[in-house]
Design a protein around this ligand. Structure first.
Ligand SMILES: [Cu+2]
Length: 149
């Protein structure tokens, strides 16, 4: 009986320590999708700190890598290998720009919002290739319109 009570107390403490179950989201790396060619699908996700994103190699010759200067301050960054499916956990609140290294110039980018984060001018104005600019501007416009809030 006493052991049962102790176990129940331990279980209650454990539940208390983990406020919300972390989720894993899927993003496809595609040659073509709903928004054109060379795309991450979806191209924008709002997640909680501790959630993960699994990048799926739906089509070949893509990777997922963080964009320098377009991440939460102090974040070390990540870079997946070509054709590699990687799962990345985001712990710090903030915005994270993601690129496909070989197709950055073709505008293959996406944005991740982690927790409550302000879309700063610094993030909006990060220098990116010409064809990535309209894709980010489209994502920013959708965020300004309330997506991911
Ligand atoms: Cu690519």
């Amino acid at each position: 009986m006493k052991t049962g009570l102790l176990l129940a107390a331990a279980f209650a403490a454990l539940l208390h320590a983990v406020p919300a179950a972390a989720e894993t989201f899927r993003v496809e790396m595609r040659n073509r999708g709903e928004r054109g060619s060379m795309v991450f699908e979806p191209d924008f996700l709002a997640i909680k700190p501790g959630d993960s994103i699994k990048f799926i190699a739906t089509h070949k010759s893509h990777n997922a890598a963080s964009i320098d200067g377009m991440v939460s301050e102090g974040y070390a960054g990540f870079k997946g290998k070509i054709n590699e499916e990687i799962e990345v956990t985001f712990d710090q609140p903030g915005y994270y720009g993601i690129k496909c290294s070989p197709h950055f110039g073709m505008g293959m980018v996406m944005l991740v919002k982690v927790g409550a984060a302000e879309l700063t001018e610094a993030i909006r104005k990060v220098e990116v290739p010409a064809r990535a600019r309209p894709r980010f501007d489209d994502i920013f416009a959708r965020i300004d319109a309330g997506e991911g809030q």
